[in-house]
Design a protein around this ligand. Structure first.
Ligand code: C5P
Length: 233
């Protein structure tokens, strides 16, 4: 599998964490901007693959379903996803090498996998209750990053605080980073945040940004301001 980030990936994927009814007016407001859209479980389980196919005709799509099952099931599901016209999709690195290794055969120039290491919602206490022997989430991130890397995965979802260390270990990797907040905007429920330009400077190749755009009084202006910040940086 080529360890090269797709040049076609937009710098910003806007998280469509919203009801289906709100999607059409929201993306109409973003029409023509150099953005991608992230579709997660909430919208996918409401609206399904038909909506994803339609969205993919207008914007690059990151379909974030975090696959984790036996290798045969993940491979079959991933092959279906590859047919939807999306550019990125996620798998849990914790599924192990036997689940990750066959995915390389499904990658194309315009379709790549991103591995999720440790969910940022997991604390050290949560990991201890699972019987995970790694002493900290950071150690666990490192272990799962190396497992995915040696299984041929070259793209990762990671927090702005992890991205620098991972990018240094894999300078040509794809690193997609949520937890991004423009200076002065509300953190909401995110705790480990960085500004768009700081996250990119740390090695992120694309950012996922939701509420700073979707909840802004003028979503298009908010998106344009972020794109202008990144163009300046
Ligand atoms: O609104 P906000 O910018 O916080 O949205 C961030 C998006 O990135 C949400 O869709 C959230 O589920 C996702 N995400 C995250 N942290 C992770 C993985 C995904 O915030 N570790």
């Amino acid at each position: 599998m080529a360890n090269v980030p797709s040049p076609a990936l937009p710098k910003v994927f806007v998280a469509l964490d919203m009801d289906e009814a709100k999607v059409a007016p929201f993306i109409d407001a973003l029409d023509g901007l150099d953005l991608g859209l992230k579709v997660g479980m909430e919208l996918f389980y409401q609206s399904g693959p038909g909506l994803v196919r339609d969205l993919a005709k207008r914007f690059p799509i990151f379909l974030d379903l975090k696959l984790h099952d036996i290798p045969n099931t993940v491979q079959s599901a991933a092959a279906r996803i590859a047919d939807l016209g999306v550019g990125l999709t996620t798998v849990h690195a914790a599924g192990g090498a036997s689940m990750l290794e066959p995915l390389g055969a499904l990658e194309r120039d315009d379709f790549k996998f991103l591995a999720v290491t440790v969910l940022t919602s997991m604390s050290e206490g949560d990991m201890a209750k699972l019987g995970v022997q790694d002493s900290s989430p950071a150690q666990r991130v490192d272990r799962l990053f190396n497992l995915a890397k040696s299984s041929g995965i070259s793209g990762f979802v990671c927090s702005p605080l992890e991205v620098q260390a991972l990018h240094q270990q894999m300078p040509t990797g794809t690193f997609v980073t949520p937890g991004v907040r423009p200076a002065g905007s509300a953190a909401d429920d995110q705790t480990r945040i960085a500004t768009p330009s700081d996250a990119m400077a740390s090695g992120a190749t694309s950012l996922v940004i939701g509420r700073p755009i979707s909840k802004a009084p003028d979503p298009r202006a908010a998106a344009e301001a972020i794109l202008a910040e990144l163009a300046d940086g």
